[in-house]
Design a protein around this ligand. Structure first.
Ligand SMILES: NC(=O)C1=CN([C@@H]2O[C@H](COP(=O)(O)OP(=O)(O)OC[C@H]3O[C@@H](n4cnc5c(N)ncnc54)[C@H](OP(=O)(O)O)[C@@H]3O)[C@@H](O)[C@H]2O)C=CC1
Ligand SMILES: O=C(CO)COP(=O)(O)O
Length: 320
C-alpha cells in the first residue's frame, strides 16, 4: 500500500484466494488490515508469475519459516533486472542462518539483495502514520532504489550497508519483546521494563559484535528503535505473547488468540544456538527461550535473572 501510494504500480502476491480477491476487487485486506482503504493502483494475485512478470524490484514479506521456500518459488520467475528485498524478521529455522545468507544461496551471488527493517507496525504504515525505517544492502544502487520507493511524505527510509547487524536487530528484538511483555504481564513495574529493554540492548550488542555486525546499526532504527517499539507497543504480537504468558496463559492459548505469526517462538531457539556457538551469555534471551519451551515458569525466569552475579555494566572490551 505504501509503495502504491507513492505512485508505483504494485502487485501483491498471496496464496489465499478469498483475501486476494477482496484486496484486488474491494481495496481492503479484511483478514489482516480490516477497515483500511488500500490504494486503487495496488493489484493482488495468487499467481506468482503474474506478480513478477513486470517487476522492477521484489519485496518479500512472508514469515521466516516460509522465506526459503518463497525465494525458491520466485527464483525462476524473477525478471533478471529485479533485485530482491525483504521485511521478514528472523533466522532460517533449524540452522540459525541469516536470511541474507539464505537469499544469496537460493538466488545466487549476483542478485542485488536488501534488508528492510526498523520500527514499523504494518497497521500504522497502512494507515499512513509517520514512520522511519532503514534499508541495508551491500549494493549501494539497489539500496537506494528500495529506499526511494518506500520514502515519501509520511515515511522516512534511511540507508546503510550492514545487513548482518540490521538482520540481527530485527530478529532479536522479537525475543526481547517477549521478556518485557512477560514482566508487564506479571505486573513487575516500569523500572523492570526499562531495565529489561536496556539489558536486552546490551545482549543484542554483544551477540552482534561476535557475529561481525557494527554496533551503530544496533543503536539505530534496526536495533534500539525496533526494540523500544516492540517492547512497549501493544500492537506487537511478540509483546502480546509475553503479556499473556506473564498473566498465566499457556503458550498454545496465547498463540491461538493472537492469530498471526509470532516470530520469537522460533527465533529464540536460533538466537540461543548462535550464542552457544560463539560462547556468549544472553540471560534474557535464554530465559525467554526456556519460558517458551515451558521448562521454566515466568516467576522462575525472573528469579534466575535477579540471582545473577553482580558485575560491570559493560565488559571493558565490548566496543574494542
Ligand atoms: N506486521 C508488522 O508490523 C511487521 C512484520 N514484519 C515481519 O514480516 C514478516 C511477516 O509478518 P506479518 O505479515 O506481520 O505476519 P502475518 O501473520 O500478519 O501474515 C503472514 C502472511 O504471510 C503469508 N504466509 C505465511 N506462510 C506462507 C507461505 N508458506 N507461503 C506464502 N505465504 C505465506 C500469510 O498468508 P495466509 O494468510 O494465507 O496464511 C500471510 O499473508 C515477519 O517476519 C514479521 O516479523 C516486519 C515488520 C513489521
Ligand atoms: O516488527 C514489528 C514492528 O517493527 C512487528 O512486531 P511484532 O511481530 O511483534 O508484531
Amino acid at each position: 500500500a505504501l509503495i502504491a501510494r507513492h505512485g508505483h504500480p504494485t502487485v501483491l502476491w498471496g496464496r489465499d484466494v478469498a483475501t486476494v480477491a477482496t484486496i484486488d476487487g474491494g481495496g481492503e485486506n479484511p483478514r489482516y488490515l480490516p477497515g483500511i482503504a488500500l490504494p486503487g493502483n495496488l493489484r493482488a494475485t495468487t499467481s506468482l508469475h503474474e506478480a513478477l512478470v513486470d517487476a522492477a524490484l521484489v519485496l518479500v514479506v512472508v514469515p521466516s519459516h516460509a522465506f526459503a521456500e518463497t525465494l525458491r518459488a520466485l527464483a525462476p520467475l524473477r525478471p533478471p533486472q529485479a533485485g530482491v528485498a525483504w521485511a521478514t524478521k528472523g533466522f532460517e529455522p533449524g540452522s540459525g542462518r541469516f536470511l541474507h545468507e539464505v537469499a544469496a544461496e537460493v538466488l545466487g551471488d549476483d542478485v542485488p539483495l536488501a534488508v528492510v527493517t526498523g520500527p514499523s507496525f504494518a497497521k500504522e504504515v497502512a494507515q499512513g502514520l509517520p514512520t522511519a525505517l532503514t534499508v541495508h544492502s551491500d549494493d549501494a544502487v539497489f539500496c537506494r532504489q528500495v529506499a526511494d520507493v518506500l520514502h515519501g511524505p509520511a515515511f522516512r527510509a534511511y540507508t546503510g550497508n550492514d545487513m548482518r547487524g540490521a538482520e540481527l536487530g530485527g530478529a532479536m528484538k522479537n525475543v526481547l519483546a517477549v521478556a518485557t511483555g512477560v514482566a508487564d504481564g506479571m505486573g513487575l513495574g516500569l523500572n523492570a521494563r526499562a531495565g529489561l529493554i536496556t539489558r536486552g540492548l546490551n545482549e543484542m550488542l554483544r551477540l552482534n559484535i561476535a557475529l561481525g555486525g557494527r554496533p551503530e546499526t544496533l543503536m539505530g532504527l534496526a536495533g534500539l528503535g525496533d526494540l523500544v517499539l516492540t517492547s512497549t507497543g501493544d500492537l506487537s504480537r511478540n509483546r502480546r505473547l509475553g503479556l499473556a504468558l506473564g498473566r498465566g496463559s499457556s503458550i498454545e492459548d496465547a498463540v491461538r488468540e493472537i492469530g498471526q505469526v509470532v516470530e520469537s517462538i522460533q527465533t529464540a531457539d536460533e538466537v540461543m544456538r548462535l550464542a552457544t556457538l560463539h560462547g556468549i551469555e544472553l540471560p534474557i534471551a535464554e530465559g525467554v527461550r526456556d519460558v517458551l519451551h515451558g521448562s521454566v515458569t515466568p516467576a522462575e525466569g525472573l528469579a534466575r535473572l535477579m540471582a545473577r552475579e553482580q558485575k560491570a555494566e559493560y565488559p571493558q572490551d565490548l566496543f574494542g
